[in-house]
Design a protein around this ligand. Structure first.
Ligand SMILES: Cc1cc2nc3c(=O)[nH]c(=O)nc-3n(C[C@H](O)[C@H](O)[C@H](O)COP(=O)(O)O)c2cc1C
Length: 175
């Protein structure tokens, strides 16, 4: 059942984000996250699901704030880096504190960043649902969004008609 469920969800392509926060020593933490969903427009609210025991989740809960960095189409290596557990991940990307919460913004890998404060958390299974009130949004100029599905990365660009099965705006990138 576990494998069937994983395979089913692998066939549900999503965008890719990196959720970031500052820990108790103000050190940056972050993890690649595709479980991201808009929850409410008024007030602007989103939710994400983070693995229990993750240092990033710890920083989110302890600081009461986080940022959601939406990755652009050429940032598949950043998605892989922030899923790897590599201890030097912050030395390998450009970032700066964003907004009042000072949550880390990945200024070169993201096409948009939302700064959030934690509204509530809800443990479920081996993950914790984190509901975030969106405090501010910053957009960077970039042509496409990173996608993940069928265990591969791809990208989707705005403004160009998408042709299913054709090249259109949807292109694919191996890992
Ligand atoms: C494309 C992609 C999406 C992912 N989405 C999630 C997710 O939504 N929630 C989660 O807990 N882990 C997700 N992961 C796995 C985490 O990124 C991975 O466990 C990471 O090492 C966690 O970092 P940390 O434990 O150091 O904070 C994803 C990985 C990839 C490659």
């Amino acid at each position: 059942m576990d494998i069937e469920f994983r395979d089913m969800m692998a066939s549900f392509p999503t965008g890719v984000s990196v959720v970031t926060a500052r820990d108790g020593n103000a050190e940056p933490r972050g993890m690649t996250c595709s479980s991201l969903c808009s929850l409410s427009v008024n007030p602007p609210t989103l939710l994400t699901c983070l693995r229990s025991g993750s240092p990033t989740l710890g920083a989110v809960v302890d600081s009461g704030a986080f940022a959601v960095n939406l990755l652009h189409g050429e940032a598949d290596w950043v998605a892989a880096l922030f899923a790897s557990g590599a201890p030097d991940r912050w030395e390998r990307v450009a970032w700066r504190p964003f907004g009042r919460t000072r949550s880390p913004a990945l200024v070169e890998a993201a096409h948009a960043v939302a700064e959030c404060t934690v509204e509530r958390t809800h443990p479920s299974g081996d993950h914790v649902i984190v509901v975030g009130a969106v405090r501010s949004v910053e957009r960077y100029r970039h042509g496409s969004a990173l996608l993940y599905g069928f265990r591969r990365y791809g990208e989707l660009a705005p403004g160009v008609p998408t042709v299913v099965g054709g090249r259109g705006a949807l292109s694919e990138r191996g890992r």
